[in-house]
Design a protein around this ligand. Sequence first.
Ligand SMILES: [Zn+2]
Length: 456
Amino acid sequence: MYDTLIVDGRFPDFDAGALVPAEIALEGGKIAALLPPGERPQARRVVDAAGKVVSPGFIDLHMHEEEFAGDSRRYDISEYMALQGVTTCVGGNCGQQNHSMARFKEILAANGGAPANYILLAGYNSLREAEGLGWYDAAPEAVRKRIQSRLAEELAEGAWGLSFGLEYAPGISEEEMTRAVEAVRSFDPFVSIHFRADCEECMSSLEEMARLSRRTGCRVQVSHLSSLAGTAHNMPQSLAFLEREIRENPLLGYDTYPYAAFCTGIGTAVFDMDWREKWGVDYDIILLLHPPYAGRRCTKELYEKVRRETPEVNVVAFAMDEESIRTAIAHPAGLLGSDGSISGGCLGHPRAAGTFPRILGKYVREEKALTLMEALDKMTRRAARRLGLSGKGQVAPGMDADLVIFDPDTIADGAEFTDITLPNRGIDLVLVSGAPTVENGVLTGALPGRFLCRTN
Ligand SMILES: [Zn+2]
């Protein structure tokens, strides 16, 4: 007697390069068996997947975890993760980590779990800020040493790696960053980097990240390539560089998200320089997300007022071109991540809610920029391998029963810039360790997700 039997569906067999029919039996949170079509052993629950794809759960390589405030136990972002078919997400990116590993684990344990599994990176910028350093400050040697020992503590607590947000803290020199990675080299950390600067400095930013990987021998992930190279038409030369570099050093990689607009704090260093000149745009590319201006585009006066009065709020900036986004998603060297975040439950960027169904609907089915198998491989098997996450990313006996069942003919994102709560379409069932987190597009309230500790 199995726990669950998923019948009449097809799963992606990446080695065969095709969707293959099978009856999929789940037991004890794992995939127990793949049976020939038509074979029907007994199960407590039978799921009809006729016409549907039974995929490994999507792995979001780049998101921003919740900032739990006080006693708040709201899963602002991971509920949106589950609703788009994500079963494991990687937070602590762009140098920003909202809680220590110990605290985050404690919160999850107190809640009895989460809507999705979490992997967290230690955020270098956050550790730097805790030392009282300003964005533009250089770090004295004694302070560097303290940050490095905090990094080691976080890695020992189960962090999967570390992240830098160079654009947000220009004071982090390449040398400081390299020393920090070398100091925790023995943990074999996954290192994700938000670039130093875009536009005319796009290529030198890529070169800096490539050098870090070569010098330290660590995996280095160029975060959200779309927001680095999607402005100022730098994508073709960026992809040519990455393709060449990754061929020589497979420890380097990148991820990207499927929207031609980015989202960040209006008070951050991103807006310190003359960005209108740099991107060749005007104030109206900025969409405000927070009351009382939610949904409004900026004028010069409004931009200056909001930046002065509420520098902490996030804004959306329509600064990239669509062709760049498409080629970055389709390129065989690249992987995918939402870069999603929700601040205070307010309107946010739709990438937090719609990234994965958008790739499968818009870029696979409608625009045919990549095939369904290529997209699923990036979202699952290749993402798991990149992280060194065994037990996930494939539909095979013995793998974790993290699955998403969707209709390839109808899957589509619902979230819009003015309303990210609009539902996705075509996602029937999402399972984490065999337990349903989403059924017929609605959250079940189950919290089977866990904090995944890095195993050395
Ligand atoms: Zn970032």
